[in-house]
Design a protein around this ligand. Structure first.
Ligand SMILES: [Zn+2]
Length: 186
């Protein structure tokens, strides 16, 4: 992109108590659905690694990695990954937050594509899906692992986010919409 300073270097100062609260609250929430998934899958006698890089060449850690089946699972936090239903932008430093979330989504898509091109099945779920429909998520993962084991060649059944649309708070950021979101949508 441009030669602007990195998003991290432009992060709001810690002096913003609201920003800090948002970050802490959302981080805490992100952890819970993953635990739920792990125990449900362990009960079904699946074995998997937690919070690991599926392959060294792609710099990202998946929440669950089924090495033999080459299936990896990401649980995307509704806040950090900009879920359309639940993302609400903090009022202060909103431009910075929007840019950060859009960059995260762009990175998600890039990493997903990199893993898929190397023969991995990539499942991405929203945090709210894991919370609200855990049985659906568990069975989607179980089916993916079993079918990869059975050497199914179908690649059309991959679970992915629906097409990205502008969440409401993002409508305001017209300049971001053009420069950043266009890239995400590709
Ligand atoms: Zn959500």
């Amino acid at each position: 992109m441009t030669s602007r300073p990195s998003i991290r270097s432009r992060a709001p100062k810690a002096g913003s108590a609201i920003t800090h609260r948002v970050m802490v609250a959302n981080y805490g929430d992100n952890l819970k659905p993953e635990c739920l998934l792990r125990s449900a899958l362990a009960r079904e006698r699946f074995s998997f690694r937690i919070n690991r890089r599926p392959i060294p060449e792609v710099r990202c850690k998946a929440d669950l990695v089924f090495t033999r089946a080459r299936v990896c699972v990401f649980v995307d936090g509704c806040f950090w990954h900009g879920c359309q239903r639940h993302f609400s932008c903090p009022r202060s430093n909103s431009d910075w937050w929007l840019e950060k979330i859009l960059a995260t989504r762009s990175r998600d898509r890039r990493q997903t594509a990199q893993l898929r091109s190397r023969g991995w099945k990539v499942l991405r779920f929203w945090e709210h899906e894991v919370k609200n429909k855990p049985a659906y998520v568990v069975s989607a993962i179980a089916n993916a692992v079993r079918s990869k084991r059975a050497r199914s060649t179908s690649s059309k059944s991959e679970v992915a986010h629906p097409p990205l649309e502008l969440p409401n708070p993002l409508h305001r950021a017209v300049h971001l919409e053009h420069h950043v979101f266009a890239e995400v949508h590709r």
